[in-house]
Design a protein around this ligand. Structure first.
Ligand code: BGC
Length: 275
């Protein structure tokens, strides 16, 4: 199935038609800088321009950097306050109009979208158990998967560490703002991921977002008991995940591993029957 995926970020709005069977972009992505202030109407018009660039008609999936429930934004940590409480799906739908071909815009949290794409086609492919996707960009986004199934809207980027909202000290934007060396920043990332692992005991942590392109600069400094891998889809994860979400394809749930056989005394008395 072909779906138009659009990734709404703080600095850019990027989109492309996606083949949801294999997660590939059907045409090179197109990007327009996010209008400032990034208020609903202006953002929606920009999304429509990105779709127009491809002459798109059909279903559209969009990411948004906030808690999204049934198309409505509930937070605005790194976006204009005016989005809180707004129906993102309806606002985008109004601007896209006939381009939607009668469908509705499916809206998903940006980290959840990136996770959906990584679980299907990237670093989390074929991984059962608990997977935590993290995105280090303007903020810190997280997505949680249990046996391939998304647990939506986790906001673990706002975990309080040493009295600070983690993303204010450990996002990629914080690295740039404070001009931190990769090593110094890696120490903060390590502390943050260490806090996550102590609370969740995941089987795999995927590190995505802008910084994942530079994994070679900081991965060697990470010391965690959990396996940590860089994201593989990088720039395209949001677009692909948004399209997959809209296609309702998410990811096929993986069978939970069977519990280990119990050893020790049999529950049934030898030769006896269960009562
Ligand atoms: C927001 C999340 C978002 C993350 C990454 C955080 O500030 O609260 O909803 O996923 O930034 O953009």
């Amino acid at each position: 199935m072909r779906v138009f995926g659009v990734d709404i970020g703080g600095t850019g709005i990027k989109g492309a038609p996606v083949d949801t069977e294999d997660g590939t972009l059907v045409a090179p992505r197109f990007r327009i800088p996010t209008p400032q202030p990034a208020e609903p109407e202006a953002v929606a018009q920009t999304v429509a321009q990105v779709a127009e660039h491809f002459g798109w008609t059909g279903p559209v999936g969009a990411t948004f950097p906030a808690v999204i429930r049934a198309g409505v934004a509930h937070t605005a940590a790194n976006v204009d306050e005016s989005w809180v409480g707004s129906d993102v799906s309806a606002v985008l739908g109004g601007a896209l109009g006939p381009a939607l071909g009668g469908t509705e815009v499916a809206v998903v949290n940006d980290a959840d979208a990136a996770g959906i794409a990584e679980m299907a086609f990237g670093a989390g492919r074929d991984t059962a158990g608990l997977v935590v996707m993290t995105t280090f960009g303007t903020g810190i986004g997280t997505a949680l998967f249990l046996h391939g199934q998304l647990i939506p809207n986790t906001e673990l980027g706002h975990l309080e560490i040493h009295g600070h909202d983690a993303e204010t000290k450990t996002s990629d934007a914080a690295r740039e703002r404070e001009d931190l060396s990769w090593e110094k920043w890696a120490k903060r990332v390590n502390r943050y991921l260490g806090a996550l692992e102590a609370l969740l005991w995941p089987d795999l942590i995927i590190v995505g977002g802008g910084a994942s392109k530079k994994a070679d600069r900081f991965f060697d400094h990470l010391e965690l008991r959990t396996k940590v891998v860089p994201a593989q889809l990088q720039n395209e994860a949001g677009i692909v995940g948004a399209a997959m979400f809209a296609a309702g394809e998410q990811i096929r749930p993986r069978p939970a591993p069977r519990p280990a056989r119990r050893r020790g005394p049999a529950t049934r008395p030898p030769g006896g029957r269960r009562p």
